[in-house]
Design a protein around this ligand. Structure first.
Ligand code: DON
Length: 597
C-alpha cells in the first residue's frame, strides 16, 4: 500500500515531501531541505515561514501579509508593508525582486493582471497589464507558408513571440492609484540584490540546466545563465548589474524610461535581430502601451462573491462558470474523498473549458458574452447537465446570451509552464491579487538589459480559422492574447475573505477552483488548501498529481468513465485568508513563503 492514510486524510494531510519526489515535464519541486539550503541567508522570519509551509501550518498575522514565490521577494514586500506602505507599494517591491531571483517566471519583459480590493470604497477593480501584439502582425504569425501551425518551440524561441511588455506600466499605474510610498524607494532591495548578487535558488538552477540548449542560442542569454560557459548552480552568488541599471532608470524616471529611449530601442533591436526567428515589435508599439482598468468579473458562490480578471483573461469567467455550476450541488456533504465530488468538479470544468475555447478572447477586439457566460439562468442550464451519475460522454460549448450574433470556432492555443502569483493584504485592509508572467519558462529566451522578454503571443491561437469559421483568440495587431491567469479575491459580506491565485497555464483555473472549494466547502485552512494534491480536468482526461493521494482516486474516476493521467501538477498557489486574523499559505511545490505581522 503506497499510502496508509485514508484518501480523505491523505488528500488534506499528505506531506508534500511526497510531492517533492516527483519528476516530470515541469521541473521536480525541490525537497524541503534543498529549498531551505538555498535560502540560508534570509531572515529568521523567512526561514520560520519555510518551516511552517513544509509542516502544513499557515502563517498568522494581524495587520498585514504578503505571499509570493521567493523569500527574497517576500522580504522586500514585507519591509514596505512594515513601514506603512500599501499593498500596491509592496507589489512593486516584490515584482522588482522576482524579476531578478525568479527571472524564468515574470519580470519587466512580461505582463500581469492585478485585482484590487479597496478598503476605502469597498470596491473591487482590475488592471490589465497584458502584452499587446505588435501593430505589424497578421493572423498567420504562427503559421508555416502552407498555413499549418508552427511547432510550439519554433514559435516561442526568438523575437516572433514577443508582445509589448505590460508589467512596468502596470506597476506604475497601480502605484499611481493606490501607492503611498515614494516610488523610487520601492526598488531599493532589488537594486541592492542585483548589484551585490543574490543566491541562485535550486529551482532556478534546475530550470537553467533543463533549458540549456534553448538558453544558449542567444549570446546575451548564454552569458548571464552560463557565465564562462558553465550553468549557474544553486548556491551561486549571481549579480545582474544591467538589471540594477534598468531598475535605477525606472526608479528615477518612471516607466517611460522603459517604454521610450535607450531601453526601448534595445528591446526592439533584440527582438528584430533575433537570429533565426526575428519579430516585428517596434518602438511605436512600446510608446503606445497602456495598462487598462477593466471591471472585475464577480460570480456568487456559497454566499460569497468570487471576483477576478475578465477578458482578455479567461480566468474569472472560467473559474466563475465552474464555481457557478458547483454552487448548485452540495460539495461539503460529499467531501474531498468522494469520486462524486470530483465528477462534479471535473465535468463542470470541462463544460466551462468548452465555452472558454469558443467565446473567450480580448473583448476590445471580439465581442465576448461576459454577462451571458455567468448569468444565473445560463449556469442553471449548464449545471443541469451534471445531473447524471457518470462522466459526461462529451461536452460542447453552450449558447450564452449574446448581444452580437457571431459564431466562433474552438480555439487551438498551447500553454506551458512559468509564471508567478503575488497575494498581499496591507494594514489598511486593502487586498491585492496579481498573477504575473513571461509565459513559457524563460519566455522567448531573449535577454536584454538584465531581463528576459516574454513569449506571450503564443497564447494566441496558432490557427486563425477552423473549417472557415474564425477563432476568437486569433492573432490581430494590438490585440492581447487570451490568458488563463486567475488572480482572485473572494468577498464575504462585501469584505475580502480569501486572496488567491497561481501559475500553471490553463491548469491555473483548476488550481484556483480547487483551493477555493477546499477552503470554502471543506473548511481547509489556506496552507493545507494550497498544498492539497491536485485533480484537474480541462478537456476530458483527469490529471491526477503523481506521487500523491490524488492517484488513489484514479480507479473510481475510471469507473465513472474518465481517462486518468498521473503527472506533475506544479501549481504555485499563494493565498491569504482574512478572518479573525490573517492566515497565509505558500505552495510547497515552489520556493515561496507567506510573511506577516
Ligand atoms: O496567460 C496565461 O494564461 C499563460 N501565459 C500563463 C503561463 C503559465 O502560467 C505557465 N505556468 N506555469
Amino acid at each position: 500500500m503506497k499510502h496508509s492514510l485514508t484518501v480523505l486524510g491523505a488528500l488534506i494531510l499528505t506531506a508534500l515531501p511526497a510531492v517533492a519526489q516527483q519528476t516530470a515535464d515541469s521541473i521536480a519541486p525541490e525537497a524541503e531541505s534543498s529549498v531551505a539550503a538555498g535560502f540560508d541567508e534570509v531572515s529568521s522570519a523567512a526561514l520560520a515561514a519555510l518551516d511552517a509551509k513544509f509542516s502544513g501550518v499557515p502563517v498568522a498575522a494581524d495587520s498585514w501579509m504578503v505571499a509570493a514565490a521567493n523569500p527574497w521577494a517576500v522580504q522586500a514586500g514585507a519591509r514596505v508593508l512594515a513601514e506603512g506602505g500599501t499593498a500596491a507599494d509592496a507589489m512593486v517591491a516584490v515584482q522588482a525582486v522576482l524579476g531578478l531571483v525568479e527571472p524564468q517566471s515574470s519580470g519587466l519583459g512580461g505582463g500581469a493582471f492585478l485585482v484590487w480590493y479597496d478598503a476605502g470604497t469597498g470596491e473591487v477593480t482590475t488592471l490589465d497589464g497584458r502584452e499587446t501584439a505588435p501593430l505589424s502582425v497578421t493572423p498567420t504569425l504562427f503559421q508555416t507558408s502552407e498555413g499549418e501551425p508552427l511547432r510550439f518551440f519554433d514559435a516561442v524561441v526568438g523575437g516572433r513571440s514577443v508582445g509589448t511588455p505590460g508589467t512596468p506600466r502596470l506597476m506604475e499605474e497601480a502605484h499611481r492609484r493606490w501607492g503611498r510610498t515614494n516610488w523610487s524607494g520601492l526598488f531599493k532591495d532589488a537594486i541592492d540584490l542585483a548589484e551585490n548578487g543574490f543566491t541562485v535558488s535550486p529551482r532556478l538552477s534546475a530550470l537553467v540546466e533543463r533549458d540549456a540548449d534553448r538558453l544558449q542560442r542567444f549570446p546575451e542569454t548564454a552569458e548571464y545563465f552560463f557565465p564562462g560557459g558553465v550553468a549557474i548552480t544553486a548556491g551561486d552568488r549571481l549579480a545582474n548589474p544591467a538589471y540594477a541599471d534598468t531598475l535605477r532608470q525606472i526608479a528615477s524616471k518612471g516607466s517611460s524610461a522603459f517604454y521610450s529611449g535607450a531601453i526601448a530601442e534595445d528591446i526592439v533591436a533584440t527582438v528584430r535581430g533575433a537570429p533565426g526567428n526575428p519579430g516585428t515589435l517596434s518602438t511605436f508599439d512600446l510608446s503606445l502601451y497602456q495598462a487598462v482598468e477593466r471591471p472585475a468579473v464577480c460570480v456568487p458562490y456559497r454566499e460569497r462573491e468570487v471576483c477576478g480578471m475578465g477578458p482578455p483573461s479567461s480566468g474569472a469567467l472560467t473559474v466563475g462558470q465552474i464555481l457557478g455550476m458547483l454552487d448548485r450541488y452540495d460539495l461539503s456533504a460529499l467531501g474531498p474523498e468522494s469520486p462524486e465530488a470530483w465528477r462534479l468538479i471535473g465535468d463542470a470544468s470541462r463544460l466551462a473549458f468548452s465555452d472558454r475555447g469558443r467565446y473567450m478572447a480580448d473583448s476590445d477586439f471580439v465581442p465576448v458574452p461576459v454577462k451571458g457566460l455567468v448569468a444565473s439562468d445560463y449556469l442553471d442550464e449548464r449545471a443541469a447537465l451534471l445531473e447524471g451519475d457518470d462522466a459526461l460522454p462529451e461536452v460542447a460549448a453552450g449558447s450564452p446570451e449574446f448581444d452580437h450574433a457571431l459564431n466562433w470556432a474552438q480555439d487551438e492555443s498551447i500553454e506551458l509552464p512559468s509564471t508567478s502569483h503575488i497575494s498581499i493584504v496591507d494594514s489598511d485592509g486593502n487586498a491585492l491579487s496579481m498573477t504575473t508572467t513571461i509565459e513559457n519558462g524563460f519566455g522567448s529566451r531573449l535577454f536584454v538589459r538584465g531581463f528576459l522578454l516574454n513569449n506571450e503571443l503564443t497564447d494566441f491561437s496558432f490557427r486563425s480559422h477552423a473549417n472557415g469559421v474564425p477563432i476568437a483568440n486569433r492573432v490581430e495587431p494590438g490585440k492581447r492574447p487570451r490568458s488563463s491567469m486567475a488572480p482572485t479575491i473572494v468577498l464575504k459580506d462585501g469584505a475580502p475573505s480569501l486572496v488567491v491565485g497561481s501559475p500553471g497555464g490553463s491548469r491555473i483555473i483548476g488550481y484556483v477552483v480547487q483551493a477555493i472549494v477546499a477552503h470554502v466547502d471543506w473548511g481547509v485552512d489556506v496552507q493545507k488548501a494550497v498544498a492539497m494534491p491536485h485533480l484537474v480536468n480541462r478537456f476530458g482526461t483527469y490529471d491526477l498529481e503523481a506521487g500523491t493521494a490524488a492517484e488513489e482516486l484514479g480507479p473510481a474516476l475510471q469507473e465513472l468513465g474518465y481517462e486518468v493521467n498521473a503527472r506533475a501538477l506544479t501549481s504555485g498557489l499563494h493565498a491569504i485568508s482574512l478572518g479573525d486574523s490573517l492566515l497565509g499559505g505558500a505552495d510547497p511545490r515552489r520556493e515561496g513563503i507567506a510573511l506577516g505581522k
